[in-house]
Design a protein. Structure first.
Length: 156
C-alpha cells in the first residue's frame, strides 16, 4: 500500500467502487425486468416489510400524494403490490409488496450482489480472513455513529 493513501482515502475509494457497481447493477436489472429506477426505489421502500400508507410512501420518496397514488396504481396493475383499506381509517390506503413483488426484490438483491461473490473468489484465503476482520470492524464503527444505518439493514 502506498503511504500517501490514508485509511479514509481508501474507504472513500472503496465506497465509490461499491456505489458505481451497485448503480450499474440496478440499471441493468430495471432494464431487464422493464421497470424504471423510480419504480425500483418505490419497491425498495416497501421491501423492508409491513405496509405503508400511500401518502407516507409519497413523502418518503419526495413526491406528491397524487404522484404516489398513480405509482401505486401502476404497481397494483403490474401485480407487484397489494393495496387495502387501513383498519383504523378507511380513507387511508395501505400498500405492501405482493408475493410477486417480494420475489422480484429478492431477485434484485441477489443480482445486485453477484459481483461480491466473484470478488471474494478472487481473494486468497488469508486476504479473505483479513477482509472479514476489517469489514466487521468498519460495520462496528459505523454502528457507533449517531446516524448509524448498518443496524437497521437486513442481515444477509
Amino acid at each position: 500500500m502506498r503511504d500517501s493513501r490514508t485509511v479514509g482515502d481508501l474507504i472513500r475509494r472503496w465506497a465509490q467502487v461499491v456505489d458505481v457497481r451497485a448503480m450499474g447493477e440496478w440499471r441493468r436489472f430495471v432494464r431487464e425486468v422493464g421497470l424504471s429506477l423510480h419504480q425500483l426505489v418505490f419497491l425498495m421502500r416497501l421491501s423492508g416489510g409491513g405496509s405503508c400508507g400511500v401518502r407516507d410512501l409519497g413523502r418518503g420518496l419526495g413526491v406528491s400524494g397524487a404522484a404516489a397514488s398513480q405509482m401505486v396504481d401502476r404497481m397494483v396493475q403490474a401485480g407487484l403490490v397489494d393495496r387495502e383499506e387501513s383498519a383504523e381509517d378507511r380513507r387511508v390506503r395501505r400498500v405492501q409488496l405482493s408475493a410477486r413483488g417480494r420475489q422480484l426484490m429478492e431477485r434484485a438483491a441477489r443480482q445486485r450482489y453477484q459481483w461480491v461473490d466473484a470478488l471474494v473468489g478472487e481473494l486468497a484465503a488469508g486476504d479473505r480472513a483479513v477482509a472479514a476482520r476489517v469489514i466487521s470492524a468498519l460495520i462496528d464503527a459505523e454502528q457507533r455513529l449517531p446516524d448509524a444505518i448498518s443496524a437497521r439493514l437486513p442481515r444477509r
